[in-house]
Design a protein around this ligand. Structure first.
Ligand code: ATP
Length: 237
């Protein structure tokens, strides 16, 4: 017998209106692990993250989602957030007119409260330097850091990252990758969706590859990196 997975998705089906997107997927993420969720454009990666976070669209019509023994599949997005889901969407959603610090404090209004400002600033020194700056005037990389910090400002168990490296220079990607490794050491479980599959696989322990809403591969990250036909067929790397 093996211990139940920390985050478990079982036979999940999701629709946008009539469009059938996620077509019955099952996968597990173990506690403290980083899972890369990969696949071509339109494969259903974002839809999978949104389904887990219980965002109202897409609609999950069938399946189960469990986090640390709690069933998420009947929860609202607010309840899922309280249960420990931290979704960092692709567009980052930094609130304009609020400073870096106010963006973080806003996340700490609703319990359960997570990491303290001091702890967040220690992890993201760039945000500490810019704490009084309007959040939307940050660089793309700094905004990504703020979006991750804001998720941690709540008491989350799982970080769901949607394309965190998009549009960022390699040196900034290095910096964010380093931070994600520290976050892992602190016990947070992560699911990362990335077009930059090589960078995601370097960071991840395991990888799940989606194609047209179904899982075509689920293995260790190194197995994916070593599998030439898989790389060319599904990841174009
Ligand atoms: P990408 O890397 O391009 O973001 P993805 O794997 O994240 O791809 P999704 O964003 O999950 O893919 O999209 C999967 C499919 O769902 C696509 O065909 C897309 O057009 C469709 N889709 C996404 N959002 C909506 C929506 N709000 N309404 C209808 N269809 C949608």
């Amino acid at each position: 017998e093996t211990a139940p997975a920390f985050l478990s998705v079982w036979d999940m089906h999701s629709y946008y209106g009539e469009s059938y997107i996620v077509q019955g997927i099952s996968f597990n993420v173990h506690e403290g692990e980083i899972l890369a969720l990969l696949g071509r454009n339109g494969a259903g990666k974002t839809t999978t993250l949104r389904s887990i976070a219980r965002v109202s669209s897409p609609q999950v019509t069938h399946g189960e989602i469990w986090l640390d023994h709690q069933p998420l599949h009947n929860m609202s997005s607010y309840q899922a957030a309280q249960a420990g889901i931290g979704l960092v969407p692709e567009d980052r959603r930094i609130i304009s007119g609020l400073t870096v610090e106010e963006n973080l404090q806003l996340a700490q209004i609703a319990p359960p409260i997570g990491w303290s400002l001091d702890r967040l600033y220690e992890l993201f020194p760039r945000l500490a330097e810019r704490r009084k700056q309007d959040g939307v005037t940050l660089s793309g990389g700094e905004q990504q850091m703020l979006a991750v910090a804001r998720a941690l400002a709540r008491d989350i168990k799982v970080l769901l990252l949607d394309e965190p490296y998009e549009g960022l220079a390699p040196v900034i990607v290095d910096e964010i990758e380093k931070t994600l490794r520290i976050i892992k050491e602190q016990g947070i479980t992560t699911v990362i969706v990335e077009q930059n599959a090589v960078r995601a696989l370097e960071l991840a322990d395991r990888a799940v590859i989606l194609d047209t809403g179904s899982i075509v591969f689920d293995a260790s990250a190194s197995e994916v990196l070593e599998n030439e036909s898989l790389r060319t067929e599904y990841l174009a790397i």
